[in-house]
Design a protein around this ligand. Sequence first.
Ligand code: ADE
Length: 297
Amino acid sequence: MRFEIVTIFPGFFAGIFENGILRRALAEELVTVGLHDLRVFTHDRHRTVDDRPFGGGEGMVLKAEPLAEALASLGIGPKAVSEKCQGTTSVVPPMPQNDAGALAPEGEPLAQRPTVILLSAQGQRFTQAVARELSRIDRVVLICGRYEGVDERINQLYCDMELSIGDYVLSGGELAAAVVMDATMRLIPGVLGNEASGEFESFGVTDAEITSDTQGVPRSQHGAGGLLDYPHYTRPAEFGGLRAPEVLMNGDHHEIRRWRRKQQLRKTLANRPDLLEGAALSAEDRLLLESIKQEEC
Ligand code: ADE
């Protein structure tokens, strides 16, 4: 998978590429990244990337021309005319095109147009489900917004989606792009040491979709199924006057599964009750949930 990042702060990403799983994924070429400095695509002495907003108001707006040039340098033209007014909702662009944004010559296979994403506080929320969809795409372009925003015509003409990483305003899209890249690339097969880990954590796939097993512990035990993950413990068994739960040390996988599921429900109820509404809950889950609520009365 390849990420193309368009930014006025390319230096921002240095540390991110040099550490952790992303560093390994880059070294093994499971992921490649192109960093594109927006100022390279300006033509004035001051390398101007922004201008005052039409209609007045505070702040500055990222200009359309340097962004369009940056995208053209990546072989990306405007979307097909019919898409412009539709407000695309799918992550995967509906119409396969070649890199130049045009249909491939007859007889040649159609390369899929890269997915172009604008990071902005006005975007739809970036979730694990979106990360999962993005991880299936070959090439994703991340445009980092700055100042008060980006000229909306860039969004209309080029972007397949506008993503926000949360309900707060960052000073720019760079942090958001790093978040999207991290959450997405770790779902690419081969990037995590243990292929199963991505399934088994908070917001993981539903139990029915889980394909892997872990050392004899029944696999449906770990699937977050839209819930938060259960708490984890490791040695020492006693720390700060607190003992790790005995149930995790007695080797009874059935009991461990039950305990973990209950903890998932407990944590989700406490921290993100909204997730319970959309979660796939079994009859047993509902009983566990009731008993948790009783305990708290
Ligand atoms: N730019 C500013 N705030 C943002 C947010 N919450 N998500 C993505 N990009 C942003």
